[in-house]
Design a binder for this molecule. Sequence first.
Ligand SMILES: NC(=O)c1ccc[n+]([C@@H]2O[C@H](COP(=O)([O-])OP(=O)(O)OC[C@H]3O[C@@H](n4cnc5c(N)ncnc54)[C@H](OP(=O)(O)O)[C@@H]3O)[C@@H](O)[C@H]2O)c1
Length: 334
Amino acid sequence: MDAMLANVVDAVLELSIVGSFSRIGYAVRRRLHAWSDPVPGSLDGQTALVTGPTSGLGRQAVDELAALGARVILVGRSPDKLAAVADELTERHGEDRFPTVEADLGSLDSIRSAVEQILASEERLDALVDNAGAIFPERHEGPDGIEATLALLVVGPFALTAGLLPLLRRTPGARVVAVTSGGMYTQPLDLDDLQLTSTSYAGPKAYARSKRAQVTLIREWARRADGLGVRFNAMHPGWADTPGLAEMLPGFHRFMGPVLRSATEGIDTLVWLVATPDAGIDDGRLWLDRRPRPFDRIPSTRLTAAERRRLWREIVDLAGVEDPLPEPEARPSA
Ligand SMILES: NC(=O)c1ccc[n+]([C@@H]2O[C@H](COP(=O)([O-])OP(=O)(O)OC[C@H]3O[C@@H](n4cnc5c(N)ncnc54)[C@H](OP(=O)(O)O)[C@@H]3O)[C@@H](O)[C@H]2O)c1
């Protein structure tokens, strides 16, 4: 099929949502664009960090990055689960290159300790994959008094990325990849009520808003890091059959079961973004199936550049960190 026709078919698929997010979208695009898999050994000598490596997409991602040769830092909240994954990876890949770091991504203290541990032990960081996630049925606040969804999906990963930025900057070609959700298309972000104190709470709504904030921040990271040598991108996996999806959205999981992607299909774009030299070089994008996709499908959900900058400032404050990438005019002169 010629490239123009392939692009038209892809765009029509994207508009259909179910076609795009399901395994149909993955299968059609793989054939349409004749994808090749990352070259074996392409991550030899590189270090990747993955949050949420103990289940679902993160578990599959660490296996595939390890298979490409990466040393993989496993960041999770359960020491027992982390140790089990590290053992499985060591056995499967025949080398002990899977350090574990305990961190609850919803707790800033925990993230600060993890950052210290990583900065003290690692010489390079080629890829940071922000993958851990959850949907909470009831509104509650984490240990820092921040609404738990925002804390886990936005503030915690921001603090982790900010803390590890010096290491990323020292590593040529480093990348940050955020695993987001197509659910974010359904929700606007209310900058006056980021923690959902004055609107009624529903878990999927809170999740979709936080995922929108996560993608918005990726755009800001990319804009502010221009020229620093670190690329920032978000990708969404479509709908993939994972323990998390089955537990958090059981009705959806049952209904969509036959067309859900496998975890491998869900993370294909993540692995491609990490392991392909030029992938995502024009960064600050939202990817699905190896192509940049729109940030918004509903005009009223769109955030202006000024609103994106405001979100950055709000999250810097909530994360309790020094602004990791101030606007150029606000940077201290050399
Ligand atoms: N599956 C899908 O269709 C789909 C669609 C769109 C987006 N996503 C996104 O993909 C990512 C992975 O989801 P999944 O479907 O693979 O879910 P999953 O099977 O539930 O895995 C979630 C992972 O996040 C970790 N995690 C949760 N809360 C944490 C915390 N407070 N601190 C540290 N780690 C924590 C879990 O650790 P434990 O093992 O300790 O619980 C687990 O390793 C999430 O960001 C999700 O929003 C998934």
